[in-house]
Each structure stands twice: as C-alpha cells, then as structure tokens.
Design a protein around this ligand. Structure first.
Ligand code: HEC
Ligand code: HEC
Length: 503
C-alpha cells in the first residue's frame, strides 16, 4: 500500500488534483479529473506507437515526389529514447497537398495514429453533447466542406447560433481559432463547443458540461482501451481536446489549379527566366493536364467546358483574375501566403450596413484583455482563407453573402463605411479632400459619411471593377478550390487499424 502511494510522483498527483473539475456541492462534484498523468503500463510503448509525420514539397521534395497518396503507411528505424536501442516501427507519412507546407504541431501534442483514430471517432461522436444529438460534424460536416452550409448553425435542442460556422479545412494553419481569435489553438478551440449552451450542452451550470461529457465517454466501453493506448489514461477533457486537434490537423486541402499553375510557372522561369507570375499559358497547361487526367473535381470547380476554346478562354480569365487579386483588387493586402490569410483581424464593415456598430459585433476588440484594447480592432474579424470556398457558402462571419459574386461586389464598393473601417479598406485621397475642403470652409461632398466624436470622414476604397474583371476574379477564387479531402479523413466510416500493444 505504502509503495503504491510512492510510485505516483507527488508533484504530478497534486497537479491532477488541481485540475479536478467542477466546484459544485459535494454530491454534484464530478468524479473525473480534467487531466491525468500517463500510466506507462497501459500506454503504447515507443515501439508500438505509430507517429504521423507530414511530408511537404518544401520540406523534403524527393520523398514528397515518391509518395503516391495522401496517407502512406511505412516504417522507420529510430533509437528508442528510453533504451537508446534502434527500433523499427510503423509510421504514417502524410503527403501535404501541393501549395501548403506542413501545418505546425504543438510540442505538447505530437501526432500519433492512436490519437488520430480516437480524434476522428470523437469528431463524429454525439455523446459529447448532453442529449447525444450533436457532434462536431453536425456543424462541420465533411460532406459540406466541413461546414453546415447555413448562415447560422443549429445546435442542441434546435437552437440557432448567431455566427457563421467556418470550415475546419486548413484550420491547422490558423494562428488563432474563431472569428474573433479567442482560442489560441485547435486544442483550446475543441473545448469550446462542448460547454457552449447553444452548441452542445444543456447543463444549467456550464462548468458541469465537460465532466458530464467525459462521464458519457467513460461509460462507453469501446473507448477505454483506445484512451489507455493513446494517452495512458482514462478519457479526460485534456485528452479529448488533444485527440480532436490531431485529427483536425489532417483536414488539408491544396493542389488547386492555382497551385499547379504556380508550379508550371516556376519550371518555365527556371528554363526561360521572366517574372515569377503565372500567366495564361501556365494555366492553359494545367487545365489541359486536368482534362487529360479526367480531374473532374478541379474542372467542375471552375465550371468550364473541356473543349480547346473553352480551356483557352478560362486560362486567360484565370490569369487576369490572379493579376486582379494581387493587383487592382488588392485582395492580397490581407489574403496572402500559402493559406491566403495575413493572420490578422480587419473591420470590413460586414455588420455595419447603416454605419452603426451592433454591440454583438465588436469582434476582436471584445476579446482583447485590458492593457491591449485598441479601437482599430472594433468590429474586426479574422481574415479567413480563400482556399476551398466552393462548398462553404454563405460567406463572412455573419453568413451575409451567399455567393462569391456577392463577395466581390461587396469589396468592389469598398465594404461598408463605419467609424472603424480597416485602414486597408479606406480611400485616403478622398478623405484628404474632405479635410482640405473643411479647412477651406467649402461645403462637403454630401456622399461622404462622417463618424464619431471628431466627425471623421471615412471613405471606403472602391475598386471600380468592370463586369468582366469581376468574373475573372470569381473564376480565380474558384481556381483556389483544392483536391477533395482524402476519404481516409473525410469518410466517417473509414478507420485504419488501431495500433496494437505488444508484450
Ligand atoms: C452547433 C454548431 C457547432 C458545433 C456542434 C461545433 N461547432 Fe465549431 N464552430 C461553429 C461556429 C458557429 C463557429 C464560429 C464561432 C465563432 O467564431 O465565434 C465554430 C468555429 C470552429 C473552429 C474555428 C475555425 C476558424 O477558422 O476559426 C473550429 C476549428 C471548430 N469550430 C471545430 C469544432 C469542433 C472540433 C467541434 C466539436 C468539438 C465543433 N467545432 C462543434 C459551430 C459549431
Ligand atoms: C483589409 C483586409 C482584406 C482585404 C483587402 C480583402 N479581404 Fe477578404 N476577408 C477579410 C476578412 C477580415 C474577412 C472576414 C470578414 C468578416 O466576416 O467580418 C474576409 C472574408 C472574405 C471571404 C469570405 C470567406 C469565408 O469563408 O467566409 C472571401 C471569399 C474574401 N474575403 C475574398 C476577398 C477578395 C476576393 C478580396 C479582394 C477583392 C478580398 N477578400 C480583400 C480581409 C480582407
């Protein structure tokens, strides 16, 4: 007995006690700690554990070229850190889609197959909701581009939320999660819905939502061995969040027509020199390849004919659309980099049709702690990716635009004027004229709206796109649609074999 007490390091058990959740009256106090130390006797050993590693074109192009599919089972021979002896064990290598680098993985949650399988099961698990009706997939459905394709989501008891569900696709690259960035990681995000009274819980005390969810998971015998193998513990809140995040990191979409054209462009300028910009000729080449390979997903995304004339027209339009995105329409002022986001927050005036700020729409500002408040972030929301848009309408945090054409029209008029409109959305020349007119005592242009205490003129920067330019820009956005998510990730019925513990 004495011995048993001593084998649990006192510090670790104190920590587990500190994370004991629920502070209600004694009879209500939930029994499961939110985190538990691993018991090495039940956890998969180093040799039995199967790591998941990302292979991207930029990290290891030779290996990347060799990998045939998204999900590849192989072996690796590596020293076991505990014994120093070389062991050969299974490894899953994920071929990161063209156009993307490997997503970042936090040091405290390395990717393993056991966690991934568990995470995938939990992603589709309705037992995480109080009445066993709602899972993550209810609002982030693989068949619907990992969204629910509605303006606002319906959660537990048919309740309607007040903000559009973003896609989980490529959320692995988000520097923060949620439209207002209030979660700093996928692990932190995954803990939100289970205790959200509109999404997954009907507990009167939201503090009880997690302990009760864990009790429901613990009551399912099929989970016991899986959690033990993956984490060396019974189900805990910490482990559930880690497992779901591990699964989400593999929901990746790339290899779009635009990514392919950029590859072709690089090969072309290596040979002939020139600017590193894909041109019509590059797009034509990849479109012809897509026709040849019968890549119906990419061609359907663009919604174009497959005859030579249609391909030529589409290629020219894609090249013009790209030039607009990175030029006249300056979309790249915010949608930049491999995942087409600057990882910042901007006020585009999405909710501000009449220039007034709804108190529910403070966006990032509301999440900034004291000492960090900045008015520029009032009404500012996270720049989302512009990849994988075709299945995720309606768009914007309020689901207010139901087509890409409408999104482009929104930007064409410069968004909606309001006191805190992002600096990148404003026409400073026009605003300067107002200040000059005011100083000279001339009357002001009646169209200019004045805001706030200081009667600040805010003039949205109009893009003045022609109808053809709008079409080109929309086609370019469609050209950012990537390959479908691999079935091993997207198909709720498909599971690889769970790693076994040897003796
Ligand atoms: C009832 C619908 C609903 C359920 C259930 C739900 N979500 Fe969400 N999810 C949303 C909405 C709405 C948002 C946006 C909320 C916000 O930004 O304030 C969101 C945001 C997210 C984000 C952030 C994406 C980004 O780009 O910032 C991720 C990741 C996510 N959910 C994953 C999950 C996971 C994992 C679960 C299950 C544990 C889950 N969701 C359950 C509706 C739902
Ligand atoms: C000043 C930064 C900025 C610029 C410039 C910008 N965007 Fe955005 N974009 C954002 C932000 C922020 C959001 C989310 C806004 C919200 O919901 O409040 C967004 C949302 C979107 C969405 C909706 C995505 C979704 O999943 O809901 C699309 C599509 C889009 N932008 C395309 C474009 C295009 C095309 C251009 C160029 C014409 C452009 N953006 C210019 C910052 C910007």
């Amino acid at each position: 007995m004495m011995f048993k007490v001593w084998i649990t390091p006192p510090l670790v058990s104190c920590l587990a006690m500190a994370l004991w959740c629920g502070r209600g009256p004694a009879e209500e106090r939930p029994v499961s700690p939110a985190w538990m130390p691993a018991d090495e006797r039940v956890k998969l050993s180093f040799k039995d554990d199967t790591p998941i590693v990302f292979v991207s074109r930029s990290s290891n192009s030779a290996q990347w070229e060799e990998l045939r599919s998204f999900w590849n089972e192989g072996t690796e021979t590596v020293p076991d850190p505990r014994t120093g002896q070389l062991v050969t064990r299974k490894v899953i290598r994920i071929k990161v889609p063209l156009g993307l680098t490997a997503p970042p993985v936090p040091q405290e949650n390395p990717m393993t197959l056991a966690k991934w399988i568990l995470g995938k099961k939990l992603y589709f698990e309705t037992a995480l909701s109080s009445d066993n009706t709602v899972s993550c997939a209810s609002c982030h459905d693989p068949a619907r581009g990992f969204t629910d394709q509605t303006k606002f989501s319906t959660g537990i008891g048919g309740q309607l939320g007040g903000i559009n569900a973003p896609t989980v696709i490529n959320s692995a690259y988000n520097f923060r999660q949620f439209w207002d960035g209030r979660a700093e990681s996928l692990e932190a995000q995954a803990q939100g819905p289970v205790q959200n009274p509109i999404e997954m819980t009907n507990e009167k005390n939201p503090e009880h939502a997690w302990p009760k969810a864990i009790e429901r998971i613990r009551a399912r015998p099929e989970y016991t061995a899986l959690f033990q193998a993956a984490f060396g513990s019974p189900p805990t809140r910490d482990a559930v969040a880690k497992a779901i995040a591990t699964y989400e990191r593999t929901v990746l979409s790339g290899n779009s027509i635009v990514d392919r054209a950029e590859m072709v462009m690089r090969a072309r300028i290596d040979d002939d020199g020139g600017d590193p910009v894909p041109i019509a000729q590059d797009f034509e080449k990849v479109l012809l390849e897509a026709v040849e390979k019968k890549d119906s997903h990419a061609l359907k995304a663009l919604n174009i004919g497959q005859d030579e004339a249609s391909i030529k027209t589409a290629a020219a339009s894609l090249a013009r659309g790209r030039a607009l995105f990175f030029g006249k329409a300056r979309c790249n002022a915010c949608h930049v980099g491999e995942n087409y986001t600057d990882n910042q927050f901007h006020n585009l005036g999405v909710d501000f049709a009449d220039g007034q700020i709804p108190s529910t729409s403070l966006g990032r500002f509301a999440q900034l702690p004291l000492g960090h408040k900045n008015e520029d972030l009032i009404g500012a929301f996270k720049t989302p990716t512009t990849r994988a848009l075709l299945k995720t309408a309606p768009y914007m945090h309020n689901g207010g635009e139901d087509s890409l054409e409408k999104v482009v029209d929104f930007y064409d008029r410069g968004g909606n004027a309001n006191e805190f409109l992002d600096s990148k959305m404003r026409d400073y020349d026009a605003e300067a004229k107002v200040y000059l007119a005011r100083a000279a005592g001339r009357s002001l242009d009646a169209n200019v709206k004045l805001f706030g205490l200081n009667q600040k003129p805010i003039v949205p920067l109009k893009l003045n796109l022609t109808p053809q330019e709008k079409k080109d820009l929309v086609l370019f956005l469609r050209g950012l649609e990537g390959d479908p998510i691999d079935p091993i990730v997207a198909d709720p019925r498909r599971f690889p074999e769970f790693p076994k513990k040897s003796n």
